[in-house]
Design a binder for this molecule. Structure first.
Ligand code: NAP
Length: 312
């Protein structure tokens, strides 16, 4: 079968680090063009300043993958659906739940495939954790998600603007694992958001969760964006049978009671594009609002604390 032609919209860090190399290596997709406000191209393919210019010039390109910041994604996805495109989009999908609901409805109305991704969910260690927790239950869970904003979002001022999520931009990756693996619903009980006094989004967040479960499991999370010692992307569970499950490396490694069970490399984006191809085969959409819903509640339930100014 011929490869499907796809265009990338927004050629920033994640497009360059992951989307473009994965498409280059894909047996399902081939890059047709990029849309870049700064005019960034790839492998000599056509570059357009706006999605509208792409849609007018290359009507045969029926797929787009949107890699912009979340604040402008609702508008871009709607425009793509209206132009008859099937759409894949980066996380977090939108800045608000109501925007995401609207995109789901608009996808149905236009009859297009809408594939809303959470890359951290694409790890075999995460799937195995889900199975273990389904069988054994959860007595406690602790999420620690600490990284350097200077390393992972160098110079990106949008992360500090309203709707930019701040440290909840990586933190939502943890919640995308958490909502996938937990065998019962969880809710935000309280959160404390520390904002640099000169910025609009938090640099540090501490959350306690509750559930409707009678055994009252202890559930909490901490996100921090000033960790310069390397990434700490860890979730530790104690199961109902007393086993200790450690998911590390953002979901790439699973240890049970100190013994390594699974450790694998970075195949998240390749697996995501493979899933997109299968969704297109079946003409099916896939949207999971749970991580964004929980993160919205973190902000709704958040006590604000002012911390030191942040400068790059
Ligand atoms: P980025 O480096 O700032 O890239 C975003 C790109 O979107 C910009 O370079 C720009 O590309 C385009 N763009 C269009 N309109 C824009 C606007 N109004 N403001 C800013 N950029 C605009 O950001 P990123 O790190 O790639 O993140 C993009 C999305 O990917 C975010 O939702 C993020 O959560 C997600 N993500 C990021 C990482 C990571 O490691 N950084 C990992 C996984 C997922 P053009 O100049 O080409 O138009």
């Amino acid at each position: 079968m011929a490869k499907r032609k796809i265009a990338i919209i927004g050629v920033g860090k994640i497009a360059v680090d992951q989307h473009l190399p994965v498409i280059d290596a894909s047996s399902d997709f081939e890059l047709a063009a990029t849309v870049s406000t700064r005019g960034v191209g790839h492998n000599g393919k056509p570059v357009f300043k706006t999605p509208g210019a792409l849609y007018a010039a290359m009507p045969d390109v029926s797929l787009v993958s949107i890699c912009t910041p979340p604040g402008i994604r609702h508008q871009y996805v709607r425009e793509a659906l209206d132009a008859g495109k099937d759409v894949m989009l980066e996380k977090p999908p939108t800045t608000t739940i109501s925007e995401l609901d609207d995109l789901v409805a608009h996808g149905k109305k236009t009859g297009r495939v809408l594939y809303q991704t959470w890359h951290s969910q694409f790890n075999p260690a995460v799937d195995r954790t889900k199975d273990i927790l389904a069988a054994e239950g959860v007595a406690s869970a602790r999420i620690d998600w600490r990284e350097s904003v200077r390393k992972w979002h160098p110079g990106q001022d949008w992360v500090w603007e309203v709707g930019g999520f701040g440290v909840c931009d990586p933190g939502i990756n943890a919640l995308s694992i958490f909502t996938k693996v937990m065998p019962f619903p969880v809710f935000v009980e309280a959160s404390k958001l520390t904002f640099p006094a000169n910025r609009q989004t938090p640099v540090d967040v501490e959350i306690t969760f509750k559930s409707g479960e009678a055994h009252k499991p202890k559930l909490s999370a901490g996100f921090n964006w000033l960790e310069e010692s390397g990434e700490i992307w860890t979730i530790r569970f104690e199961t109902g049978k007393g086993n200790v499950i450690l998911l590390e490396g953002g979901g790439r490694s699973l240890t049970v009671n100190g013994e390594l069970v699974i450790k694998h490399g970075d195949g998240e984006y390749a697996a995501m594009y493979e899933r997109f191809a299968r969704l297109l085969d079946r003409h099916e959409s896939d949207v999971d609002a749970a991580p964004l819903r929980l993160m919205s509640d973190v902000f709704l339930m958040g006590a604000r604390v002012n911390g030191p100014d942040f400068e790059w």
